[in-house]
Design a protein around this ligand. Structure first.
Ligand code: ADP
Ligand code: MG
Length: 350
């Protein structure tokens, strides 16, 4: 199927989409995949939102996963996820969901810089928020399985949310907790087809071993290294070069490749994180607090203060959510009886 044929079912700019409750105009294309796209849309009252749509031609539907996951994260009131506000379909063409509009993704923000890397202060602050987002996602029973910079975005400056990092794209999520009791892990499959993005994928994912919570953390680490240094040693390899990328990831753990890999990073703390992630097994519950502690330590050692500005807002003090805020909010949510595991709920029509 040609690119054009693939996408001719998707909305055109200017098209009006109706749901039971509202009308939206597709104003601007924000991102496009094989069988899907994300648009900036304008509601009839003038408010802007993001619309994620998925063509009827898609072999494996994933939009309902986005919906299910975002319902779970909404119920725990995590500040790192977009709220889904509406959904609908244009029969025989595409299904769509309407969600909160955020700003630029962390891939675009990095590559627009010269050289293409973040300051250590920004990398560590974004790393902290992404780690919290991963922990929140895991707490509602899902693995992301495609942790990468294009799947995180900052909020919009107009909404004063540009110090907040949001996790996006739940199409490859998998529920890791069993169906019978919330706390039981699902039995790992003997082999699991590759899911994710080769550059950031964990070693287990590249070996087609069933992924677990540790694999999201390992991918997060590669993403943070790329932000900090500006590249990963395997940057020239393509998606299909899985074995070579896997070899690189094995190599950077010892000897000369390890020394090279740690160049430009807070070596002690990043080594600690990597060694820690490598001790984790399928069943392990990652100690997010320990990883966070290593990040804090890296900040202190490199004089990154708690309110030092982010690269994309150099004029203001950092005011993004922190680990301490999250703990406070979760306690309040638990007290209000809201923080329940909702991951078993099916996706309902709005
Ligand atoms: N809620 C949103 N607000 C603004 N931009 C978004 C939103 N969701 C996604 N995007 C943009 O669209 C891109 C693709 O979205 P994503 O959900 O990752 O879909 P895909 O499955 O195509 O990767 C993102 O990298 C981001 O730049
Ligand atoms: Mg994506």
């Amino acid at each position: 199927m040609s690119e054009e044929e693939k996408n001719d079912k998707l909305p055109a700019t200017g098209e009006i989409l109706c749901t039971k409750r509202h009308k939206y105009e597709a104003a601007k294309l924000l991102g496009k995949g094989g069988f899907g796209a994300v648009f900036l849309v304008k509601r009839e009252d003038g408010e802007n939102f993001a619309m994620k749509c998925e063509s009827y031609d898609v072999k494996k539907q994933v939009l309902s996963m986005d919906c299910k996951v975002l319902r779970g994260t909404f119920l725990i009131q995590s500040p790192h996820f977009c709220q889904v506000l509406d959904r609908g379909k244009v029969v025989d063409r595409f299904r769509f969901l309407i969600m909160k509009l955020v700003g630029r993704n962390l891939w675009d923000l990095r590559i627009d810089r010269e050289p293409p890397k973040f300051t250590l202060n920004t990398s560590l602050k974004a790393a902290e928020q992404c780690l919290m987002a991963i922990q929140d996602l895991h707490s509602v029973g899902y693995l992301h399985r495609d942790i990468k910079p294009g799947n995180f975005a900052v909020g919009r400056p107009e909404a004063n949310e540009h110090h907040n990092v949001f996790m996006l794209d739940f199409g490859l999520c998998r529920k890791f907790a069993g169906e019978s009791t919330d706390k039981d892990l699902r039995m790992p499959r003997a082999t699991a087809p590759f899911r994710g993005t080769t550059r950031y994928a964990s070693m287990a994912a590249l070996r087609q071993i069933e992924q677990s919570r540790k694999d999201d953390i390992e991918a997060w680490l590669y993403m943070v290294v790329e932000w900090t240094v500006g590249f990963l040693p395997w940057r020239r390899l393509k998606g299909q070069d899985k074995e070579e990328v896997l070899r690189w990831k094995e190599d950077i753990r010892t000897g000369e490749a390890y020394e090279d890999f740690m160049q430009g990073l807070p070596k002690r703390q990043f080594t600690e994180i990597m060694r820690y992630v490598d001790t984790l097994e399928y069943h392990s519950i990652p100690d997010y607090d320990y990883v966070h502690y290593c990040l804090q330590h890296a900040c202190k050692q490199n004089n990154c203060g708690p309110t030092d500005p982010l690269d994309w807002d150099p004029g203001s003090k950092y005011h993004g959510p922190t680990f301490a805020d999250r703990e406070k909010k979760q306690k309040i949510a638990i007290a209000a009886g809201k923080a329940k595991d909702t991951s078993k709920e099916g996706s309902k029509e709005f």
